[in-house]
Design a protein around this ligand. Structure first.
Ligand code: ATP
Ligand code: MG
Length: 350
């Protein structure tokens, strides 16, 4: 018998228990992209037996101007969308970021870890600041360091996000790695982005090269979770497409971004693969496919918007849930930020 012991492979996160963190900005009406890329998967992850922490990142939302009354309503409405999509506040921690001060504190510490060169490569800043970067807020530029703080404040190891947030999670890994290296510790995990499913990047209905976003000025570019059945049908009917029928295989979609987007949306809503959708609709034109897609979307979204409306009738209850979630989040976050100060050499004497 051999006396060699088998050691498990060393991974950066071996010392950390699995924990999921993710967030959504309450910066407008939540969209079908937010639902398929984030909310739907948040609910699935919660039911996989891993600790889940979900946050309405209101401090991210204010990196672009938000009317205070609108921000309050959007935050509560986003909380309602989480719950209506299956996030259960008795199973997941659900709260808004500004109620847990440690997010801002750790973000500052990470502003001193992150390098300007890293920030300059972030595509979201370039997309959002556009040609007028000089007029963008400093917060929009520093956004990724706050996002790293959101995740690492809980020692989260997994971050379910859409494809557009992959670069930010990678930056979070760089920040964790540099912090650990600079201070000779193994204090922060290097979280993995979880980008899964058929619709990890839902595209605008008006422009197949642009991501669907709640902050897009064109309402016709997106399906809002609160849109009624007629509006959903109309937006899909008007969605830009080419004139070809659907192909026999998914390879036939490679040069057809708008068609591919609608197929991916159908697949994600129906819990099918895109290949299965193409097999079902091969040879059919958009005159057939779009109404089928609209029916499916209404079928899946109507119960969510109905439940959101019901929850919004009692904002006191929503605020209570967010307050309780914030207390639970703070109980995890406070010791971690305190330990971070300690590692960095700040005197702690009260
Ligand atoms: P904004 O325009 O204000 O940035 P947004 O629609 O991009 O809004 P975020 O709050 O930035 O939404 O992102 C919340 C979550 O939704 C993230 O996990 C993000 O990856 C995901 N997400 C956003 N847009 C899409 C999309 N079009 N397809 C798939 N996932 C998306
Ligand atoms: Mg976004």
């Amino acid at each position: 018998m051999s006396d060699t012991t088998v050691t498990p492979p060393v991974t950066p996160n071996a010392n950390f228990k699995p924990r999921i963190f993710s967030g959504i900005q309450p910066s407008g009406n939540l969209t079908l992209g937010n639902y398929l890329g984030a909310l739907k998967r948040f609910a699935q992850k919660q039911d996989e037996g891993i600790e889940t922490i979900y946050c309405l990142v209101d401090m991210h939302a204010i990196t672009v101007w938000q009317d205070p009354e609108a921000l309050r309503r959007q935050t509560r409405e986003a909380a309602a969308a989480f719950i209506a999509s299956g996030v259960d506040p008795s199973k997941s921690i659900l709260f808004n970021q500004s109620q847990v001060g440690a997010h801002a504190e750790l973000a500052w510490l990470f502003n001193c870890t992150a390098r300007l060169g890293w920030m300059n490569r972030m595509t979201q800043f370039k997309d959002k600041a556009g040609k007028n970067a000089e007029k963008a807020s400093l917060g929009l530029y520093a956004y990724p360091a706050l996002m790293a703080a959101d995740i690492l404040l809980y020692h989260a190891t997994m971050v379910p996000v859409g494809e557009d947030q992959k670069q930010h999670v990678e930056l979070t890994r760089d920040i964790a790695n540099k912090f650990n290296h600079d201070f000779g510790v193994d204090f922060f995990p290097e979280p993995e982005p979880l980008i899964e499913g058929a619709a990890t990047r839902v595209m605008s209905l008006r422009d197949g090269s642009k991501k669907m976003s709640k902050s897009d000025p064109s309402d016709a570019s997106r399906i809002n979770l609160t849109d009624d059945a007629d509006t959903i049908a109309k937006k899909f009917r008007k969605a830009r497409t080419d004139a070809e029928p659907l192909p026999e295989t998914v390879d036939g979609l490679s040069e057809r971004p708008e068609a591919r987007n609608l197929v991916n949306i159908y697949a994600a809503l129906a819990d099918m693969t895109s290949a299965q959708v193409v097999a079902e609709f091969a040879g059919k034109g958009f005159g057939d496919f779009k109404p089928a897609l609209a029916d499916l979307a209404v079928d899946k979204l109507a119960p969510i918007s109905t439940e959101m409306k019901r929850l919004m009738d009692d904002v006191t209850e929503i605020d209570r849930i967010l307050g309780k979630g914030a207390e639970q989040a703070d109980a995890i976050a406070r010791p971690i930020v305190e330990k971070t100060y300690d590692i960095m050499g700040m005197v702690r004497s009260r």
